[in-house]
Design a binder for this molecule. Structure first.
Ligand SMILES: Cc1cc2nc3c(=O)[nH]c(=O)nc-3n(C[C@H](O)[C@H](O)[C@H](O)COP(=O)(O)O)c2cc1C
Ligand SMILES: [Fe+2]
Ligand SMILES: [Fe+2]
Length: 402
């Protein structure tokens, strides 16, 4: 890859990561992910903002582009670390070894993390909230934005060009041929939509109240470009991604989209036998329905659809006196991600004495679900069960429609 020019003296240095690995060891990236670092050159000083880990050729790609920009060893004054997660710092020890005189600027909370992860203490300086750094004709300003999504996270703003280097915030999964939002193909725009929502749900959703706080803090800044560490640079519509994240954050406590996610599992088809009654009941009110089979659908994609939807239907049988295990896992992920308050139905089959419902009730309480009904039956569902499922689903969809 070649460096991309954001403004005079401001460049993106990016690596495209393929789909072989899971992101954070858990989330599939079928379309890969971008790792974006940035270079800002003032007349006096030069800065590299965020690093990479040596992942799928990323370090070599970044080093090559730094050479292209003539920011080799001896030509770099500062490294800014907005966030310590190893996707942006994994290669820190090797990079710092190549630039022994460089000063590392980060939040106060990142200082001990740099020490413990990479054993680096020399030339590390904590910057204060709002502190400015004069590079000569280019001024960086640092803003603490804790818990988006680690405690030490901050963002860096380039005053003269009004560019916000936001690191993980405003990021997306997926690889994109072009650097900027206005250069995407129609196919890439479609991908960017779902890959932003899935990234948010997987990586950021638990921290939604901090996202809201972070966006409020940035409100006074003029922002002409949002340059995140994953995804594309928002040059044409920087406000679009900021407002979109604002909306995604409100899904935690509502309002949410008037849609329903139906998440279901079945071993032998007895739980599945009720599925079409549920879906027909929901669709009879014209509400969009996302049907997601577990474990066939990875929890990453389940969480994406559940996060945006006001309605949640969970179907699963009893297994060894408890819930079907893959559904337990999915509910655990949903609870950790702060999925809460959804209008909910639960259905499922059992063989002799059940047990799934009791365990589901514990999740329901913990997640403050607004449970509208349960259709649980021994063996296969009766016509009456199917009718009840249809009616309950229809009533819930009607309530969601408002
Ligand atoms: C491995 C296994 C464990 C089960 N454990 C229980 C149980 O503890 N209690 C119970 O009532 N039924 C139990 N069942 C019966 C299932 O809940 C029942 O067959 C149900 O109809 C399965 O629904 P499905 O066809 O949607 O998979 C178990 C079934 C299997 C295969
Ligand atoms: Fe991160
Ligand atoms: Fe990241």
């Amino acid at each position: 890859m070649k460096p991309d020019t954001l403004a005079d003296g401001v460049f993106r240095v990016a690596a495209k990561i393929g789909n072989r690995d899971l992101f954070e060891g858990i989330w599939p990236i079928p379309d890969g992910v971008m790792l974006n670092s940035y270079v800002v050159k003032g007349s006096e000083k030069r800065v590299l903002i965020d690093l990479v880990k040596d992942w799928d050729g990323a370090l070599a790609a970044v080093n090559k582009q730094l050479d292209d920009l003539a920011v080799g060893p001896g030509n770099l004054d500062y490294i800014v670390i907005n966030h310590m997660e190893p996707d942006h710092t994994g290669a820190m020890a090797r990079i710092v070894a190549a630039y022994p005189e460089v000063e590392i600027l980060c939040s106060a909370k990142a200082v001990p993390l740099i020490k413990h992860f990479y054993k680096i203490e020399k030339n590390v300086r904590a910057v204060a909230d709002g502190e400015k750094l004069d590079l000569g004709g280019k001024t960086l300003q640092f803003f603490m934005t804790p818990n988006i999504h680690w405690p030490e996270t901050m963002m860096t703003y380039l005053e003269e060009d009004q560019i916000l280097f936001s690191c993980d915030a405003f990021g997306s999964f997926g690889r994109y041929e072009s650097c900027f939002d206005d250069e995407l193909t129609e196919e890439e725009k479609t991908k960017l939509f779902s890959e932003t929502e899935r990234y948010y749900a997987n990586i950021v959703s638990s921290f939604s109240s901090f996202v809201t706080r972070g966006i409020a803090k940035l409100a006074l800044l003029g922002i002409r470009m949002v340059a995140p560490s994953h995804g594309v640079v928002w040059r044409k519509e920087p406000e679009k991604i900021i407002n979109w994240y604002g909306t995604l954050a409100t899904y935690m406590n509502g309002p949410r989209e008037k849609e329903v996610a139906v998440v279901w599992s079945s071993m032998y088809g007895n739980t599945e036998a009720l599925l079409s009654s549920i879906v027909k009941g929901l669709e009879s009110e014209g509400v969009p329905v996302h049907v997601l089979q577990v474990p066939q659908t990875h929890e990453s994609f389940v969480l994406e659809k559940v996060w945006r939807s006001e309605g949640l239907v969970i179907g699963m049988p009893t297994y060894e006196y408890k819930m079907f295990p893959p559904m337990y896992h999915v509910l655990d992920i949903l609870e950790r991600s702060h999925v809460q308050g959804r209008k909910t139905l639960r259905f499922g089959s059992f063989g002799w004495s059940g047990g799934a419902q009791k365990q589901f009730d514990e999740f329901s309480t913990a997640m403050k679900l607004d449970c509208k009904g349960v259709i649980e039956y021994q063996g296969s569902p009766t016509e009456e069960d199917k009718k009840k499922a249809y009616e309950l689903a229809k009533a819930m969809a009607k309530e969601i429609k408002g």
